[in-house]
Design a protein around this ligand. Structure first.
Ligand code: XIL
Length: 362
C-alpha cells in the first residue's frame, strides 16, 4: 500500500512538473525500466544500412525476422534449408544484446511451391512438418527465446473455426493417435526441439474480445489444462483505420494473462491515409500517437512480474521499410514510430514517454 502511494505521488509529480519527455531516455532504456521487451520486425538486407542498424540498436532490445524464417526463405527446397538471412539477424542481435523472437513455424502463406503444390499425403506432410519444426527450432536452440509456433490458424469468414489450410485439411497432417489437433502437435514438436523456448500462438484480428479470440481463448485454456506446452499468445495489432477499441483489447489481454500465459503484442503498426507523395496529415500523426500510447498503456496495465503482457513489438520501425508501404502511389502508409528519414514521430514519443513514466514509478 505504502509503495503504491509513493508510486502514485511520484507519478503525479512527473505529470505536474511536466517531466513527461521520457527523461532523455531511448525507447529501449524506457522499456528496460518498465520491465518490458520492445521489439521490431527486421529485414536482414537492411542491417548494413548505418541509420537502420543504429536506430534499431539504440531503440529496441528485441528483433524478429520479418520474413527470413518463413518457409519460402528458410526451407526453399524439400531437402534444403537456408538459414543465411535469419542467421545474420540472430548474430546481429547477439552482438547488440537483443533478444530474438522467431516467426513463424506454421502458416498458410509464404510457403514454397514444392510444399504447397507437392500433393503430399497426410502422413508425408506430418513428417515434413515435424522435420521442419525440429530442424529450425533446433538450429536456433538457446538463441531464439520465443517462437510463433502457429500463425493465423483461425478463420475470418467462419468465426471460431479453424481455417482450411494445407496443415488442417488440404490434406492436413492428420490427427495423432490420441486425437490431438495439428496445432497441439506443432507445439509438442517445438517443445521437444527446445524445451527452454517460449512457445506462442500468434493471430491477426483477435486483439479485441470477439469470436476469433474466444476460440483462441478456449484452445489456450484447454492446452494449459492438459499440459500442452504453450507459453503465450501473440496479438498482431495491425491497426488500419485509426480506431482501436482499447477497452476490449485490454479485457482480452487480461483474460489471456489470467490463464497464466504471456501476451506479446507482436506486429503493431497504425496505417494512416497518405497523399500522393506518401505523406500523412499532421493531425493524423497525433491520433496515431494516441493509439500507440493507449496500446502501450493497456499492455503495461497487465504487466505482472515475469508474466502478463511482456513485450511490445512493431512490424518494422521506420516508414522507409514497412509492409504497409508509405511510398508514392499508395493510399495508406506512415504506420510506424520513425519516418522515412529515421526521425522520431509523435508515435515514438508516445510510446517512449508511456514506458518512461512507468519506469519512473517502479
Ligand atoms: C508480411 C511481411 O511484412 C511482408 O514483407 C511479406 O511480404 C508478407 O508478410 N501477418 C504476419 C506477418 O504474421 O508475417 C506478415 O508479414 C504481415 C501480416
Amino acid at each position: 500500500m505504502k509503495r503504491r502511494a509513493l508510486a502514485f505521488a511520484v507519478g503525479a509529480a512527473v505529470v505536474c512538473l511536466g517531466f513527461d519527455d521520457g527523461g532523455g531516455k531511448s525507447l529501449r532504456e524506457a522499456a528496460q525500466g518498465a520491465g518490458l521487451l520492445i521489439g521490431a520486425a527486421v529485414r536482414s538486407a537492411q542491417l548494413s544500412e548505418a541509420a537502420y542498424s543504429s536506430t534499431l540498436t539504440r531503440e529496441f532490445n528485441m528483433v524478429e525476422p520479418e520474413d527470413a524464417l518463413k518457409w519460402e526463405v528458410v526451407h526453399p527446397e524439400a531437402q534444403r534449408f537456408d538459414f543465411s538471412q535469419a542467421d545474420q539477424i540472430v548474430d546481429f542481435a547477439a552482438r547488440h544484446g537483443m533478444k530474438v523472437r522467431g516467426h513463424t513455424l506454421v502458416w498458410h502463406r509464404q510457403n514454397p511451391t514444392w510444399l504447397a503444390e507437392g500433393n503430399y499425403t497426410s502422413s508425408e506432410l506430418a513428417a515434413i512438418l515435424e522435420n521442419h519444426i525440429k530442424t529450425v527450432v533446433g538450429h536456433y536452440r538457446g538463441k531464439i527465446f520465443a517462437w510463433d509456433v502457429v500463425n493465423e490458424a483461425y478463420d475470418e469468414l467462419h468465426p471460431g473455426t479453424l481455417r482450411s489450410t494445407i496443415w488442417r485439411d488440404q490434406p492436413g497432417i492428420g490427427l495423432a493417435a490420441n486425437g490431438a489437433s495439428y496445432i497441439e502437435r506443432c507445439f509438442r514438436w517445438a517443445h521437444e526441439a527446445d524445451p527452454q523456448a517460449l512457445l506462442f500462438y500468434n493471430e491477426a484480428e483477435a486483439e479485441v474480445v470477439n469470436p476469433k479470440s474466444d476460440a483462441i481463448y478456449a484452445m489456450v485454456r484447454d492446452f494449459r489444462q492438459r499440459g500442452v506446452p504453450i507459453d503465450g499468445v501473440g496479438l498482431q495489432m495491425h491497426i488500419a483505420n485509426l480506431h482501436a477499441d482499447v477497452a476490449s483489447i485490454s479485457a482480452n489481454i487480461q483474460r489471456f494473462t489470467a490463464l497464466g500465459v504471456q501476451v506479446h503484442i507482436t506486429e503493431m503498426d497504425v496505417a494512416l491515409p497518405v497523399d500522393a507523395l506518401g505523406n500523412p496529415r499532421p493531425e493524423d500523426l497525433q491520433l496515431q500517437a494516441d493509439i500507440y500510447r493507449q496500446i502501450a498503456g493497456a499492455c503495461l496495465s497487465h504487466r505482472l512480474s515475469y508474466s502478463g503482457c511482456t513485450a511490445i513489438q512493431t512490424w518494422g520501425f521506420t516508414d522507409k521499410y514497412s509492409w504497409i508501404g508509405s511510398h508514392s502511389k499508395q493510399t495508406q502508409g506512415a504506420a510506424l514510430p520513425f519516418d522515412r528519414s529515421y526521425r522520431a514521430k509523435p508515435a515514438y514519443l508516445a510510446l517512449r514517454n508511456t514506458l518512461a513514466a512507468r519506469s519512473a514509478i517502479q
